[in-house]
Design a binder for this molecule. Structure first.
Ligand code: PTJ
Length: 245
């Protein structure tokens, strides 16, 4: 870890850089993940490096959607595995949803490293990609999924990715709940529910919201979902970035 004094005004951001670099060094995160992280940093700066109201609305609707799901699954790539491994495990536990490793930059070694990293943080079962089940409408490595995981899921929580799989999942009739700091990305605009926030802030809030809503009647959860508009939430996020508040 680099020697960053806590008094440094960009302390949190610099520590996160250390975490993602450590992810690359330990074989969990793709080298490309550094660029993805940098893109995220730029948007985080623009939204004020705090969870904004449009993200809170999306968190509530996303949790309601995940609680209504019959087979929710939490998808894990190399960036989120490095940044929030413990939170992913907790979210999977509170939702009773399996974690599934699914990465864009193909590497069997990295898939195994992500699985081991999640286990180190308390995961019991971590589903792995297979050739037995494949997603339609997608050619990248992300098409390889687990038959009992993403393949049969009705709702997939996909924190932080590029847009190709999001589109494919939606075309297959699955609902995608995502976290993406860029409200204009293909993932953000293609998902059913987009939480425009940093995954490191959004995951603890998602876990809290699951605890708050888990005993809520399905009819009320459906109402929360029906009152939410992703297009509207993204529009508000873009206005926020443009300072049109
Ligand atoms: O581990 P792999 O092989 O699956 O690769 C994962 C990455 C992230 C490298 C891959 O999916 C990728 O290249 O993603 P992109 O196309 O760079 O998109 C990443 C998106 O996530 C961008 O829209 C970023 O703004 C956003 N992002 C980056 N860091 C964060 C983030 N959103 C939320 N929280 C972050 N910490």
């Amino acid at each position: 870890m680099s020697d960053v004094p806590e008094s440094h005004p960009r302390y949190v951001s610099l520590k996160l850089r250390d975490t993602i670099v450590a992810g690359v060094e330990s074989g969990v995160t793709s080298i490309h993940g550094l660029m993805a992280h940098g893109r995220g940093e730029a948007f985080d700066y623009l939204i004020g490096e705090e969870t904004q109201p449009f993200a809170m609305d999306a968190i509530r609707a996303g949790v309601a959607t995940l609680l209504l799901a019959k087979h929710p699954v939490v998808s894990v790539n190399g960036n989120v595995a490095a940044l929030i491994p413990g939170e992913l495990v907790t979210l999977g536990n509170v939702l009773k949803a399996p974690l599934e490793v699914n990465i864009f930059h193909a590497s069997k070694e990295r898939e195994a490293a992500i699985q081991a990293h999640l286990r180190k943080h308390g995961a019991v079962d971590v589903l792995m990609p297979t050739t037995d089940a494949q997603l339609s409408f997608i050619d990248s490595n992300r098409k390889f999924v687990h038959p009992e995981g993403i393949f049969r899921a009705d709702v997939v929580f996909v924190p932080l990715e590029d847009g190709d799989r999001c589109e494919a999942l939606q075309k297959m009739g699955k609902t995608v709940v995502t976290v993406d700091l860029n409200p204009m990305s293909r993932t953000a605009t293609g998902a059913g529910i987009t939480i425009v926030d940093n995954v490191v802030r959004a995951l603890p809030l998602l876990i809290q919201e699951v605890q708050a809503l888990k005993k809520t009647a399905p009819i009320l959860l459906r109402e929360i979902v029906s009152q939410y508009s992703n297009d509207n939430a993204l529009q508000v996020a873009i206005q926020w970035i443009r300072r049109e508040r």
